[in-house]
Ligand binder design. Structure first.
Ligand code: GDP
Length: 427
């Protein structure tokens, strides 16, 4: 049985916490897309961790963790993360790195930074982790797979070919120094030794696990708005953030995916460029206060520390996010954060050129959308850590009921704090 945990919105919805919680009852946890450009925050008995590449099941000894072929694998970052876990006393995880995964190279990171520099004021707000150049190279067929590391002649040939193209670009377009393919080749051989114990055939492993009836959790990164096809183009990421891509990036058979848990915060947050349309944004003093109170340590990026833009819950974007994810249920996180407000606004429609819609528009129209708000009463109390849904204040439950109706997807999990067991299950 395959379950996916994915984001309904712009990312940072609190997927890490929900994955950490549901991992407890899983046999396998899989990362199927993205790279080290986003982070899950996980707080458990070992401490507080920002995982960027490792799957969230690494804290459990009974779980096999898989880095699927859809992931952009930055070996340096992976080894740093492994070390930080071991240093904190976490036992060595069971990990399979797909031999079909491709390597995120130092030249991808450089290219990402050079391109953002070239774009200046029009930059995308990239984390400069090399993700866009990495996926461009995959589709341009100049990527290097993990399995290539074990065939030196093939590695050399593929590397020389890619570096030749990069050097033309770096010298002529960005006016930056050339890179040395031989040096890179030697580095790769060293890193090969570090990951060697973990490299395996994840494709056969996962298909066999499905046949054996194992419980498999796919862990998504970022959210539906960041999907390069169905998200807010071009302010997206470069890999598919939708559960459906798990069939390719993990991979699992499409027919095996039974449950898609879409995570959404009880308000909105969005990290990235200021130029990205963010219809329900809350600015000024009120925005600063929500940002300060949000998440477990304020709304600041887990990877970059950048302040996240915040806003009211957006039912138009979230209904769409749940639809394209194929959500079977929603986990609503950070409800506790809103306890200080007298009144809470919810964006329930977009006004575009004088017409109000509840359907999420194409990016060209989104830029002109103005929020239509519905105001609900707050509950003015601290609900952090409550674990019984019925014990929540009536106005908090009414808020959840209202959102559920608007997004047309059942909300089954409501999170009341950042810690693993600060959670309520709703009938
Ligand atoms: P992810 O990328 O979707 O895993 O999201 P992040 O982990 O980057 O961001 C979510 C933030 O919210 C983190 O700081 C979490 O610790 C925190 N968080 C998750 N659930 C809750 C919750 O129910 N209440 C509060 N106050 N914080 C939460």
């Amino acid at each position: 049985m395959v379950k996916a945990i994915v984001g309904a919105n712009w990312g940072d919805e609190g997927k890490g916490k929900i994955t950490d919680l549901l991992a407890e009852t899983s046999d396998i946890v899989v990362r199927f897309q993205g790279g080290a450009n986003a982070g899950h925050t996980i707080i458990n008995d070992y401490g507080r961790f920002a995982l960027h590449t490792l799957p969230s099941g690494v804290f459990y000894s009974h779980i096999t963790n898989v880095i699927g072929n859809g992931v952009a694998l930055d070996i340096r970052k992976l080894t740093d993360e492994l070390t930080s876990l071991l240093d904190a006393g976490v036992p060595a995880p069971n990990l399979i790195i797909s031999e079909r995964a491709q390597l995120l190279m130092p030249y991808h990171v450089l290219q990402d930074a050079y391109e953002e520099e070239r774009l200046g004021g029009h930059a995308f707000g990239s984390t400069k982790s090399g993700i866009a150049p990495f996926y461009s190279d995959k589709y341009a067929k100049i990527g290097i797979q993990v399995c290539d590391l074990f065939d030196e002649a093939r590695l050399k040939e593929h590397l020389n070919h890619a570096v030749e193209i990069k050097n033309i670009l770096f010298e002529n377009m960005y006016h930056k120094p050339r890179i040395d393919a031989d040096e890179l080749f030697q580095d790769l051989l060293k890193m090969r030794e570090i990951i060697k114990p973990y490299v395996g055939d994840a494709v056969t492993f996962l298909h066999q696990a499905v046949k054996d009836g194992k419980s498999i959790l796919l862990e998504g990164q970022l959210g539906a708005m960041k999907d390069p096809d169905l998200g807010i183009v071009p302010m997206t990421t470069s890999s598919h953030t939708l559960a459906g891509f798990g069939c390719v990036g993990a991979p699992v058979p499409p027919t095996a995916m039974e449950d898609v848990i879409c995570v959404s915060k009880a308000y909105s947050s969005c990290v990235g460029s200021k130029t990205e349309p963010f219809v329900s944004e809350l600015l000024g003093e009120a925005g600063d206060e929500l940002r300060r109170r949000g998440g477990d340590k304020g709304e600041f990026g887990a990877t970059t520390g950048r302040p996240r833009r915040v806003g009211w819950f957006d039912t138009v974007a979230t209904k769409y996010g749940c639809m394209v994810q194929g959500a079977t249920q929603v986990a609503l996180t950070c409800l506790d954060v809103l306890g200080y407000l007298d009144e809470i606004q919810v964006c329930t429609g977009y006004e575009i050129d004088g017409k109000v819609t509840k359907d999420f528009p194409v990016p060209a129209l989104l830029e002109r959308a103005k929020p239509v708000f519905t105001t609900l009463p707050g509950w003015k109390s601290d609900i952090r850590g409550i674990t019984d849904y019925d014990a929540l204040p009536a106005n908090a439950k009414a808020y959840v009921d209202f959102i559920e109706k608007e997004i047309e997807t059942p909300i089954r999990i409501v999170s009341t704090g950042p810690k693993r067991h600060e959670i309520t299950l709703r009938g």
